[in-house]
Design a protein around this ligand. Structure first.
Ligand SMILES: Nc1nc2c(c(=O)[nH]1)N[C@H]1C(S)=C(S)[C@@H](COP(=O)(O)OP(=O)(O)OC[C@H]3O[C@@H](n4cnc5c(=O)[nH]c(N)nc54)[C@H](O)[C@@H]3O)O[C@H]1N2
Ligand SMILES: Nc1nc2c(c(=O)[nH]1)N[C@H]1C(S)=C(S)[C@@H](COP(=O)(O)OP(=O)(O)OC[C@H]3O[C@@H](n4cnc5c(=O)[nH]c(N)nc54)[C@H](O)[C@@H]3O)O[C@H]1N2
Ligand SMILES: [Mo]
Length: 673
């Protein structure tokens, strides 16, 4: 991203034309980054709560007074004795995804303190573990070579909305005659532009992948040589897949068996024709109970056909495992010394904030320090999350750009800098270039980078380890050490990793066996099934007469999770929170397009506008996320109805594994009559 600065003010951001993957283009939301940075509601001073929790009344205080008081509150907890520091919990996710403003100085601080560790599962850990137990890590095809593929399956990804830079390569392939198939319950913007769309029920991808394998086997569309040399457990997987006829899978997926046969024929044809076939998986498909196993099955497919032999063949879910990040240097886990704090899963923060002290759990959570995340809006099962944040005996500090739903519950609200104001380095989870983020402008108001806030907090705590004085440019250099040429980063803003063009053409998977592991001895050793299988949803479609609709909540195109929701020009495009519903489901409930509906289940009620839309398939409703609660009708958003149930692998949330019922809102009906 290039920033144009005039008189100390950032007046324009644009994609860097010199960076091949960016190619001069930013997505719509990030192209509004100056509007976001200079937003009239940017937090510019430290604030202290003066009203009740959740109301969001604050008064301005000095940095020194805020940090002094926060340090005193933390010291009081820690000084109660051994392991008492575990009552302190950091809560953070990616923010703008930088390695330095993410977990560097903050991690050092919490390690020194002995705070509870946070299991950062909210996005990708089910798929991440699925990949690790199959390919050996977050590794795969190089994204640019999708442009040369002849068949691309876009699986659980709305690329146009959430991965624009991949979409450019897919379009290039399309122009060269490639066929594009989208596999997604929602007829997304991306599905509109593909040759075919397979609108399966959420959480049924594993069944579809097994049926594709069935067809590859019975038609002998296999690369026997690749299977023999570079895979592990083929006989076992073969036996399992043969139990999955297209008819069996079609019943579960809610699609026609002919669609499965046709997809298998397209995928299998690439074996005989020696043409590359590629799968762009994304995280949308792993937000269900069986997400980890589904990713294992899909990641196995290219090894059946030998697609990995081509640089334009294989699968890509994430490239982040290719980046040589020196986490130990950035985060200094050695500062823990003899302390062995417990780990809290960020995806069950609702339940965990409400848990009393016990032998198994340890102390109740007494202090929460939130940065780079907006859990009150984005974590599942919001009524529990809100109840937890509302606890009078919880001390909460929030580092933010804006007064988000989470910030409303803060005891101290500290102003953080944006990407335009601080230094950082970024890995990617699509392409394979390390990126440098230089500060373009001075910090606004009294805002400080996360790193600086933790540096100063460390000082107030009396921490003397010299690592607490490393500055941001030193941290940027440390992130990759010698593995990335920092001068190149300084010169051009990006530095390409030296990775092979066809990484698994000759095996060499980073698994324990060096093969693509259909059978994982590591999973078997944990008492789990060593072979991937279709693991049904926790809330299985058609299992509940009370809640007959499956709900998914993928992001609205112009928001980034809950970021940008408060940027006016973007919110004007999105309008208001929306539920997409198929005409058949709406008719069955007497629901009219444009009216307000109640979406509900055993966890709660969420009200928003409904749109009868071809983007929804029968039986599935799409509630686009993630709106700020305070901008919703009753001060709620879609996570009011999602659950804290976790995935098969990776302890991740199951946002898209959620049954609901929808009805026309009674208030509206009475006002009509
Ligand atoms: N505009 C925009 N871009 C973003 C984000 C954003 O919020 N907005 N978020 C960023 C982040 S943090 C992430 S993790 C990625 C997320 O981006 P993706 O990894 O692409 O994941 P999602 O957007 O959650 O879902 C992608 C698609 O999967 C579909 N889907 C839902 N359930 C299933 C299922 O069971 N099976 C299949 N096959 N498909 C399913 C959804 O309908 C959706 O169209 O995008 C990043 N980019
Ligand atoms: N129902 C439903 N829920 C979802 C999802 C879904 O698809 N459906 N998606 C899930 C996914 S994939 C993810 S990744 C999570 C994301 O959830 P979060 O990690 O909470 O991401 P955001 O909502 O973008 O909120 C990030 C916050 O960090 C702040 N921030 C950004 N940069 C900085 C910084 O440098 N310093 C500080 N202090 N703050 C900063 C922003 O202002 C913003 O408020 O949400 C999950 N929740
Ligand atoms: Mo995410």
């Amino acid at each position: 991203m290039l920033t144009t600065v005039a008189g100390g003010i950032a007046i324009k951001v644009q994609g860097n034309p010199a960076h091949p993957h960016t190619d001069g283009t930013l997505c719509t939301k990030v192209s509004r980054y100056t509007e976001r940075t200079y937003h009239p509601e940017r937090l510019l001073h430290p604030l202290k709560r003066v009203g009740p929790k959740g109301v969001g009344q604050f008064e301005r205080v000095s940095w020194d007074a805020a940090l002094q008081d926060i340090a005193a509150r933390l010291t009081a907890i820690v000084s109660r004795g051994l392991d008492a520091a575990q009552a302190v919990l950091p809560y953070s996710y990616a923010g703008t995804m930088g390695l330095v403003q993410g977990e560097s100085m903050s991690a050092r601080f919490f390690h020194q303190l002995g705070a509870s560790l946070l299991d950062r599962t909210i996005c990708s850990s089910a798929g991440g573990e699925g990949l690790a137990h199959t390919l050996g890590g977050k590794v795969g095809m190089r994204v640019e070579f999708f442009a040369e593929s002849k068949l691309i399956l876009i699986w659980g990804s709305n690329s146009i909305a959430s991965n624009l830079h991949f979409w450019r390569y897919a379009q290039e392939a399309k122009r060269q005659g490639a066929k594009l198939v989208c596999i997604d319950p929602r007829r997304s913007e991306t599905a509109d532009k593909c040759h075919e769309h397979i609108a399966l029920l959420p959480g049924t991808d594993g069944a579809l992948a097994l049926a594709l394998m069935h067809e590859l086997i019975v038609n002998d569309w296999l690369d026997h040589d690749y299977l023999a040399q570079h895979t592990l457990g083929w006989d076992l997987l073969r036996e399992r897949a043969l139990q999955w006829s297209p008819e069996r899978a079609a019943g579960i997926c809610g699609i026609l068996s002919e669609q499965i046969r046709a997809l298998a024929a397209d995928y299998g044809a690439c074996v005989a024709s020696h043409q590359p076939s590629a799968i762009r998986m994304n995280y949308g498909l792993q937000r269900v109970q069986g997400g980890g196993n589904a990713v294992r099955l899909i990641a196995s497919l290219p090894a059946l056909t030998g697609a990995w032999r081509h640089r334009a063949g294989g699968v890509l879910l994430s490239s982040s495992g290719l980046f040589p990040v020196n986490r130990a240097a950035l985060q200094r886990p050695d500062l823990l010394g003899a302390q062995t704090p417990r780990t809290i899963n960020m995806s069950t923060i609702g339940d965990d904030l409400l848990r009393p002290a016990s032998i198994e759990f340890g102390p109740a959570i007494e202090a929460l320090i939130v940065y780079n995340s907006n859990p009150v809006a984005v974590a599942p099962d919001s009524s529990k999350v809100v109840q937890g944040f509302a606890r009078e005996d919880l001390f909460t500090v929030v580092l933010e750009h804006f007064q988000t739903d989470t910030a409303d519950y803060a005891d101290y609200l500290l102003p953080a800098t944006t990407q335009l104001e601080h230094w950082d380095v970024h890995s990617s989870y699509g392409h394979t270039d390390a990126l440098l983020n230089r500060a373009a402008i001075a910090a606004l108001g009294e805002a400080k980078p996360n790193t600086q806030i933790f540096r100063e907090l460390a000082q107030h705590m009396g921490y003397t380890d010299p690592c607490f004085t490393d500055d941001d440019q030193a941290l940027c250099r440390m992130a990759y050490g010698d593995a990335v040429n920092f001068d190149e980063l300084l010169d051009q803003g990006f530095a390409s990793l030296d990775t092979p063009q066809a990484p698994f053409a000759h095996g060499n998977f980073p698994t324990p066996s060096g093969r693509c592991e259909f059978f994982s001895a590591r999973l078997a050793a944990q008492g789990l099934d060593g072979l991937p299988d279709h693991v049904p949803n926790h809330e299985v479609f058609n299992s509940s007469p009370r809640y007959p609709l499956a709900m998914i909540s993928p992001p609205a195109r112009n928001f980034l999770n809950s970021s940008f929701v408060n940027v006016k020009s973007l919110r004007d495009i999105e309008g208001e929170p929306l539920l997409e519903m198929h005409a058949v489901d709406a008719a069955a409930r007497g629901i009219q397009s444009g009216e307000i509906v109640r979406i509900f289940n055993q966890r709660g009620v969420y009200r928003c506008k409904v749109e009868i839309s071809k983007r929804a398939r029968p039986g599935v409703v799409n509630a686009l996320g993630v709106w700020w609660r305070k901008l919703g009708l009753d001060g709620t958003n879609v996570n009011q109805v999602t659950s804290q149930h976790l995935t098969d692998l990776g302890r991740a949330p199951t946002f898209y594994d959620c049954l609901v019922e929808v009805e026309a809102d009674a208030i509206q009906v009475s006002s009509d009559t």
